[in-house]
Structures are given as structure tokens and as C-alpha cells.
Design a binder for this molecule. Structure first.
Ligand code: ZN
Length: 318
């Protein structure tokens, strides 16, 4: 029997060992090569796009011949104003891609011996890079489903004090629905809303005409039959009838649920969309080697511009 891809050597093209063996100079060169892949590593001014620059090699900076702007390899990327060494940055990305269900900021801070805050912000910047390359419009056969996350209400100690948590009055109001739209053999898009039925708007916005929708028996999906060819699967009877199924959507929820419970223990409401996007990325690229994922993430992270949300996050917060 053929060996599972994830067990083959082809799936393991990157290791922490390799990153640390590089040393700081090689890590810097690797970073430059990925950042300026289009010009074979030749620096490009982030202000005017000029490809001629003077190198101020002692400070690892460049000065643009055209506009005299000084920049570094991280200028204009989510790693702008970084304080970590390039080795640590690359190691952090390696640790991040290797975590199938995500990596908690605490674990990363221990692995790299950096502050929790540093690991927290870096992880969110990497999620932002994953979000940048999310697909625009989905086509073909698209599975659609929703699931609820967050807003957990702990049952009271004594049975007599316990409330019926199925009633809206006894819920926290923080529960949100993640809606997944997933192309078969393609890409995935996530959407966070108050209710699963709000996913209708997302499907209408992001799934092209002529696509075939696969959804479960939940009645709010019925309206999709008006615009799309839709195949439904009744999960109380089976999970696949040979034509309709939403098993790819369920795989995504399985990963996000395990990340929520097993890795992060809870996901705060405002960040749910970022974690959902992260898990969709991990699902879509699960058959890409870890070195390949690493390259995609570094390239995405360096191409995605300065992080508005996360640059100087703790400085602003305190
Ligand atoms: Zn310039």
C-alpha cells in the first residue's frame, strides 16, 4: 500500500534543526531571497519600486538610488519594526506551519524563549498573512456548512443551580457561527456571523453562478436552490449518498474545533475569524510539504504590507 503523504520524506522538507543551523547571515539571505523573489533577491524600494539601491551592509539597510528612501528587507511587511533575529523569525514560522491544529502563543514563547506578547503578536501577523491570500470567488462544486464557536457557559456547581443552556436567555450572547464554503479539490473561504443562516449572504457574495452547492438538511439553505444547482445530504440518514456530501466542510470544522479545544482552550470572539481563516489555510495546503508551506507563508507575510492591526499592538494597548 502506498505510504500516506504526511508520512513520506517529501512532506518533511523543513526542520527547526535546518533553520538554526543556517545561522543569522544565511537566515537573512533566505529572507531577502523570499522577499524579493521576483528580482532574484535584488532589493526593491518599497516607496518608489526602484530596483537600484546602495547597500548599507553594516546595518543591513538599503538606500534607494531613485528617491533616497532608506529601507530594510522587512520594511513595508508585517515584520516591519521587528526585534527578533532573522533566525528566530524563521524558526517561529517553522513552528507555526508545523502545528496541524495551530500553535498556542504560550507554546511558541516557550519554544523560542521570547515573551508571550511577542509570540502572540507574531502568530496573529502570520494569520493575517494567511488571510491575505484567501481566494476571492469560489466555483465548481462547493460545500457549505456552519458551526457554532465560543460563548461557552460553564454549568453551575450544584445541580439545583444549573440553568437550561439551550435557552437563549441563559446563553452568553457571545456565541458566533463560522460558515465554511469549500471547493472540492480547491480552496476554502470562511465567514463569521451571528447565525448560521447568515451564511446565505456569504454564499451569494463569494460563490459564482453555475456552481453546484452541497449542503446538509438545515432548512435555511433551501433558498440557495433558487440560484444554484444544490445537492442536499440528510445527516440523520447518511454522510454521503455518493453524490451529495459535506465531508470536506466537516473536516475543516474538525480542525477548527480541535484547535479551539485542544490548542488554544478558548478563542476570543474578535479573533474567531482569524483562527477560522488559519484553519482553512491549513486544510487547503495540508498536502503541501512543510517547507512549501513555510515558503508560502514567508512570501505572503512579506508581501502583505505593514500590519495595521498588529503593529505596535502592545505599545498601544498599555
Ligand atoms: Zn525609492
Amino acid at each position: 500500500m502506498a505510504q500516506h503523504f504526511l508520512l513520506t520524506a517529501a512532506a518533511r522538507t523543513l526542520s527547526l534543526k535546518a533553520v538554526f543551523r543556517m545561522g543569522e547571515d544565511k537566515a537573512y539571505q533566505t529572507f531577502c531571497a523570499i522577499r524579493w523573489a521576483d528580482t532574484d533577491g535584488t532589493p526593491v524600494c518599497p516607496r518608489c519600486g526602484c530596483v537600484e539601491s546602495y547597500s548599507i551592509s553594516t546595518r543591513r539597510r538599503f538606500k534607494c538610488v531613485g528617491c533616497h528612501h532608506q529601507f530594510s528587507v522587512t520594511s513595508g511587511t508585517i515584520f516591519a519594526s521587528r526585534k527578533l533575529s532573522f533566525t528566530d523569525l524563521l524558526a517561529a514560522i517553522a513552528i507555526f506551519v508545523n502545528g496541524a491544529k495551530g500553535i498556542s502563543a504560550l507554546q511558541m514563547s516557550r519554544d523560542l524563549d521570547v515573551q508571550y506578547k511577542t509570540a502572540f503578536v507574531l502568530s496573529h501577523k502570520l494569520r493575517e498573512a494567511m488571510a491575505i491570500e484567501a481566494p476571492g470567488i469560489l466555483t465548481g462544486t462547493v460545500e457549505v456548512d456552519g458551526a457554532y464557536f465560543g460563548g461557552y457557559v460553564k454549568p453551575a456547581n450544584h445541580k439545583a443551580n444549573r440553568l437550561d443552556r439551550r435557552l437563549i436567555a441563559n446563553q452568553s450572547g457571545k456565541r458566533q457561527s463560522v460558515i465554511i464554503m469549500r471547493e472540492r479539490k480547491g480552496r476554502s473561504l470562511t465567514y463569521v456571523a451571528k447565525r448560521e443562516a447568515d451564511g446565505i449572504a456569504a454564499v451569494n457574495a463569494f460563490v459564482a453562478d453555475g456552481s453546484v452547492i452541497n449542503a446538509d438538511e438545515a432548512s435555511h439553505w433551501d433558498v440557495l436552490h433558487g440560484r444554484y444547482a444544490a445537492q442536499r445530504i440528510n445527516h440523520s440518514e447518511c454522510y454521503s449518498d455518493g453524490i451529495a456530501c459535506t465531508n470536506m466542510a466537516e473536516s475543516f470544522f474538525s480542525r477548527l474545533r480541535r484547535a479551539e479545544i485542544g490548542t488554544h482552550h478558548s478563542i476570543a470572539g474578535p479573533y474567531l475569524a482569524a483562527y477560522a481563516r488559519e484553519m482553512a489555510w491549513r486544510e487547503d495546503y495540508r498536502r503541501v510539504s512543510n517547507g512549501g508551506q513555510f515558503g508560502m507563508l514567508v512570501a505572503g507575510a512579506t508581501a502583505s504590507g505593514v500590519s495595521r492591526q498588529w503593529k505596535g499592538y502592545w505599545q498601544r494597548a498599555s
